[in-house]
Design a protein around this ligand. Structure first.
Ligand SMILES: O=C(O)CCC(=O)C(=O)O
Length: 151
């Protein structure tokens, strides 16, 4: 198997800055097209007024999402940072439709998770291109070193 591992420089950067970005593409363009089709199908299942952001743990009932969460490359990346003994705590979507105003406020993920020590990784997977113009996620480099902050 062609395993994609993080380099020691990636690991050092992650430890210092608290995030990684621009890793080699995990999903091919064709696979991304399938992922977006799968998401569109799941959204059809929502009741009127239900926001996909409020739907959590879809991977427990959707094989399509389970396969994303169990992607070998993503799991290898996580293993490089956490070691081999880790588990998945949850999954959810942050969908930002064009010309809408919903935002995700500044937060630390570990603040919400019942984990101690707060040694956790979020794999943020963009189903579409994400940039400053269309609602990209932002991070505060190094803020993890301040511990859990008051929200
Ligand atoms: O996409 C966003 O704006 C926020 C994502 C987020 O908070 C997360 O991935 O934990």
């Amino acid at each position: 198997m062609d395993r994609k591992r993080l380099t020691p420089d990636h690991v050092k950067f992650y430890q210092e800055q608290g995030y990684l970005i621009g890793l080699p593409q995990v999903f091919s363009p064709d696979r991304l097209k399938e992922l977006n089709e799968g998401l569109a199908y799941l959204r059809v299942l929502l009741r009127p007024g239900e926001d996909p952001k409020e739907i959590r743990e879809w991977h427990e009932t959707s094989g399509f999402l389970y396969d994303i969460c169990m992607n070998d490359t993503i799991l290898d990346y996580v293993e490089c940072l956490l070691g081999p003994d880790f588990f998945m705590e949850g999954s959810n979507f942050f969908i930002k439709e064009p010309h809408t105003s919903p935002t995700v406020g500044w937060h630390q993920d570990a603040y919400y998770w019942p984990l101690y020590p707060e040694d956790s990784i979020t794999a943020w997977i963009a189903f579409l291109d994400s940039d400053e113009e269309n609602g990209a996620m932002r991070v505060v480099p190094g803020s993890h070193r301040a511990g859990i902050l008051k929200h």
